[in-house]
Ligand binder design. Sequence first.
Ligand code: S3P
Length: 181
Amino acid sequence: MTRVAPQRVLLVGFMGSGKTSVGRELADRLGWRFVDFDEAVEAELGATVPEVFERQGEARFREVEARVAGRLLRERRVVLGSGGGWAAVPGRLADVPPGTAAFWLKVSPEEAIRRVGREPGKRPLLDRPDALDEARRLLGERSMLYAEAHWTVDTEGSAVEDVTARILEILAPEHLDSDLE
Ligand code: S3P
């Protein structure tokens, strides 16, 4: 069977699923670059994500996020950490360019809230007293779309290194096969 080695890895999933921390570790292990969609949007707009939401609104954030993502998804030897809402649009994951290996980092709403609680003020959508209910609602809406990723990795109770190792196990054979082409 001919298998194509991925040119880029895309991590999707809810806020607090570990996209950024796993992405950095994975990029390090692959000797690739790591780029976080949120950071790329922040660089483009010269403002933090909460500032963009507050001053320009979520719609503006989504517009720039889509544009930035389209650009990054053409790059090679890169691990991409998407924002939690990026893959939650119908058709997004079906449309990723060939050569993209997409992983859904799965997390429960309870664990997500515990993790994002360690970085207060960073996630405008969960900056509310009923954050857990909102996380449950959003995950309920989004899970079917995240599930369109090529692979799902459950991160519940797992360290960053373990999640990274599981992704590397999946990727390794493809890299090896590509050397045989
Ligand atoms: C969002 C997730 C955030 C950020 C923004 C909106 C979402 O990224 O893009 O606050 O809609 O889930 P992280 O998933 O990296 O926290």
